[in-house]
Write a protein that binds this ligand. Structure first.
Ligand code: IDP
Ligand code: MG
Length: 149
């Protein structure tokens, strides 16, 4: 089934939003297949955000992501990549719809709380960058028939 990479950024952890953010994905019906609390190295941060390496905010972004621990996760479900992005909201929290994670809790583009893969191919690359295969668990929640027809 489709998987996506989600990370609660240092601001989300520092602000005590881990439980709320995880709850949103759980109650939506997505399946958690990997999760770790970790300090991000500069090397990992620079690889993860390599696509933005020439942007003016890149250095600040790497400093921010490595400043304090993050919660890295992999979630699974039909359409999870696109739906997770909808749940996360627009990059700038001031433009993000209320009801989204960034729309509800964010007030600044440089402190937007959460990362989510932007496409299935990107998700596969990011999952491979952040997790080893043995850190991902394929399992079937017993509630599945009540969430998926
Ligand atoms: P996304 O996280 O919604 O996919 P991207 O455009 O891929 O947004 O940017 C990656 C991350 O870089 C953003 O989530 C945000 O943390 C940071 N970022 C993007 N644009 C800016 C900016 O103009 N100033 C500061 N940080 C930015
Ligand atoms: Mg992006």
């Amino acid at each position: 089934m489709e998987r996506t990479f989600i990370a609660i950024k240092p601001d989300g952890v520092q602000r005590g939003l881990v439980g709320d953010i995880v709850r949103r994905f759980e109650t939506k019906g997505f399946i958690l297949v990997g999760m770790k609390f970790m300090q991000v190295s500069r090397e990992l941060a620079e690889s993860h955000y390599a696509v933005h390496k020439d942007r003016p905010f890149f250095a600040g972004l790497v400093d921010f992501i490595t400043a304090s621990p993050v919660v890295a996760m992999v979630w699974e479900g039909d359409g999870v990549v696109t739906t997770a992005r909808k749940m996360i909201g627009a990059t700038n929290p001031l433009a993000a719809e209320l009801g989204t994670i960034r729309g509800d809790y964010g007030a600044n583009i440089g402190r937007n709380l959460i990362h989510g893969s932007d496409a299935i191919e990107t998700a596969e690359q990011e999952i491979a960058l952040w997790f080893t295969p043995d850190e991902l668990i394929t399992w079937q929640p017993t509630i599945m028939p009540w969430v998926y027809e």
